[in-house]
Design a protein around this ligand. Structure first.
Ligand SMILES: Cc1ncc(COP(=O)(O)O)c(C=O)c1O
Length: 379
């Protein structure tokens, strides 16, 4: 039996060692790490809301009004007014009957997918789906099929062949609106058309679309006017919303089933009510004129450096070691840009992952652009 030390040595030899490197400042657009001031191009705070004074004040007010913790799971006595208000506001924003809040996005996936499909069913995943969707699909016991990234012909063929063999099975297609490590979009209209044609369900993870895309920041489904045709609109409050928490928006029937079956919802203490209260403030800002102005600023910041449709800009480097070296060199230049390695991305595609925020000043982006220019690799 290998010891932990042996396992860790192997990781180190492959350039895959990970360690915690705490910040000594709030997680704003500029941070302090190991005594050094860095422009933060590593976080997912796309609108700069993680340190927004109104959201901070709402969190404090939430603690004063509702206490520090919820003290029980949602179904026992852990549902307080802000939880319900947040779910109602999310449902309305997502043009759905209902919504359910979870402690984080990962827990949302782990709760929802196994509640929806089981042994006799099928989950079809895009090859680049986030770990939470992959793990949730495995946990469900359903048969898993994977299609090459954004390959709609292959998705169509898979759906047709599964449907031909299993007329009554549930088939759940799970994909992301904005792919977290590549920053590209899924072809949502084709995905929706295909799932409908073959009587499949669709789970769309809007983790990186929420707050960023759509006229009111509700994501790609809103941008494409497809919200009513997506069975499960999933997302997280831990990225553009600046807090933490996950949600799913769906029909009454599905949400009632999740309340009865989603184990990460049922068997887990409810998130602090103050967090839900603050999330309501964040949601209000995201959907307001201020949110629109922040999205406009974010789009301008993206255009300063790339043609990406999203604030996630990968620079593929190749080997883990080279990506780590590039990240260290950028840190020397005052820029925090993480090296993303296997298993987060496929082997041989280690990369720098730049994420932009509306809170970045133009000068910081100009510095980043100049520092990235001499690096080998494709954006
Ligand atoms: C695509 C995607 N889905 C889900 C999650 C999980 O969300 P959370 O951080 O709220 O657990 C993440 C982020 O970590 C993500 O990138």
């Amino acid at each position: 039996m290998p010891s932990p030390a042996e396992e860790l040595r192997k990781l180190q030899a492959e350039g895959l060692w990970r360690e915690l490197r705490p910040l000594d400042s709030p997680a704003g657009p500029q941070v302090v790490r190991e005594g050094r001031e860095l422009w933060n191009f590593a976080s997912n705070d796309y609108l700069g809301l993680a340190c927004h004074p109104e959201i901070e004040a709402a969190l404090v007010e939430g603690v004063r009004r509702f206490g520090a913790g919820s003290a029980a799971s949602r179904l026992v006595c852990g549902t307080l007014p802000p939880h319900r208000l947040l779910e109602e506001a999310l449902a309305e924003a997502k043009q759905c009957d209902a919504a359910l809040a979870f402690s984080c996005g990962f827990a949302t996936a782990l709760g929802v997918i196994p509640a929806v499909v089981g042994k006799a069913d099928f989950v079809i995943l895009d090859k680049l789906c986030h770990a939470c969707l992959v793990d949730a699909a495995r946990l469900s016991g359903a048969t898993i099929r994977v299609f090459p990234h954004n390959d709609m012909r292959k998705l169509g063929r898979l759906l047709a062949s599964i449907r031909a063999k299993a007329a009554k099975a549930r088939i759940l297609v799970a994909t992301e609106s904005v792919f977290s490590m590549d920053g590209d979009l899924c072809p949502l209209r084709e995905t929706v058309d295909l799932t409908e044609t073959h009587g499949a369900l669709l789970l769309l993870d809007e983790a990186h679309g929420f707050g960023v895309l759509g006229v009111s920041g509700m994501g790609l489904a809103e941008q494409e006017k497809l919200q009513r045709r997506v069975t499960f609109q999933m997302g997280t409050l831990s990225k553009a919303a600046g807090l933490s928490g996950g949600y799913i928006a769906a029909s009454h029937g599905w949400i009632d089933l999740l309340v009865n079956r989603a184990r990460s919802f049922i068997y887990s203490t409810a998130p602090p009510p103050a967090l839900a209260h603050a999330a309501l403030a964040s949601l209000r800002i995201i959907r307001s004129a201020e949110g629109n102005a922040l999205r406009q600023k974010l789009r301008e910041n993206i255009a300063r450096i790339s043609e990406s449709p999203t604030p996630i800009i990968p620079r593929i480097i190749g080997s883990s070691e080279s990506a780590l070296a590039a990240s260290s060199a950028l840190a020397e230049a005052g820029l925090l840009v993480p090296a993303i390695r296997f298993p987060t991305v496929p082997r041989g595609t280690a990369r720098l992952r730049v994420s932009l925020s509306a809170a970045h000043p133009p000068q910081a982006i100009a510095t980043l652009k100049a520092a990235l220019a001499p690096l080998h690799g494709a954006t």
